[in-house]
Design a protein around this ligand. Structure first.
Ligand SMILES: [Zn+2]
Length: 230
């Protein structure tokens, strides 16, 4: 460690190790700035055992001697804590940008549905509550949810990505919304299943469509009236 005395920003041992570990390919690197802001950590100390030690481990400032079982527990807590912070971080502008870069690189894989023509997918949680369900993949083209292509993601908690992340990303970058596979909004799939967010999104889209139709009708009515008045 002697070689890296002053520039702690450049070398993050724990985070680098975490991001490089098998199965963690969907995570992005959380900024120091975000990690150092206590406000961002609100409520997490009650979620994570050995919270402060876990935080120190993530920040490479953990310097306590402890026995192996304790050390192992702190390691586990650090991984859990990173995931919980990650879920918050990827909803920020900076986090969305980082996940967008990964999306563009195809780090999350592509939709298994043939008609989607290798549309890149995004990680999604079926719940925001930890330990509910492993991470799934969301395709914006068919608006469906799939299991990740490899079993190594089966132990990655969906809550580390959350239920609203893909929708926020497309809200922030609407030009990336792909053309839909089919005019029907939902095509039953053998791989996929409906989720709350999907249903909510469909409802939202439907209400927007009705709103737009109503506005168009009003506009046409006004046009007709104007023409009659002329
Ligand atoms: Zn698809």
């Amino acid at each position: 460690m002697d070689d890296f005395s002053s520039d702690s920003d450049c070398t993050k041992y724990w985070i680098d190790w975490f991001l490089g570990a098998q199965g963690n390919e969907f995570f992005c690197e959380i900024d120091d700035e975000f990690l150092n802001d206590r406000f961002n950590m609100t409520g997490l100390n009650s979620e994570v055992q050995y919270y402060q030690y876990a935080m120190d481990l993530i920040m490479d400032t953990f310097e306590r001697e402890c026995d192996d079982p304790t050390r192992e527990q702190i390691e586990r807590s650090a991984r859990h804590l990173y995931g919980l912070i990650h879920a918050r971080y990827i909803l920020t502008q900076r986090g969305l940008q980082k996940m967008l870069d990964k999306y563009k690189k195809g780090d999350f894989g592509v939709c298994p549905r043939v008609h989607c023509q290798r549309q890149p997918v995004l990680p999604i949680g079926l719940s925001d509550v930890p330990h509910s369900a492993p991470v799934k993949m969301f395709c914006m083209k068919c608006e469906d949810v799939y299991n990740p292509p490899s079993v190594r993601f089966a132990s990655i908690d969906g809550a580390y990505f959350g239920t609203s992340f893909p929708f926020l990303l497309f809200q922030a970058y609407p030009h990336l919304i792909p053309n839909k596979t089919s005019p029907e909004r939902f095509v039953p799939a053998i791989f996929g299943f409906k989720i709350h967010e999907h249903a909510r999104l469909a409802r939202w889209q439907e209400s927007k469509r009705l709103e737009l139709n109503k506005r168009l009708e009003q506009y046409e009515e006004e046009e007709r009236r104007r023409k009659r008045a002329q």
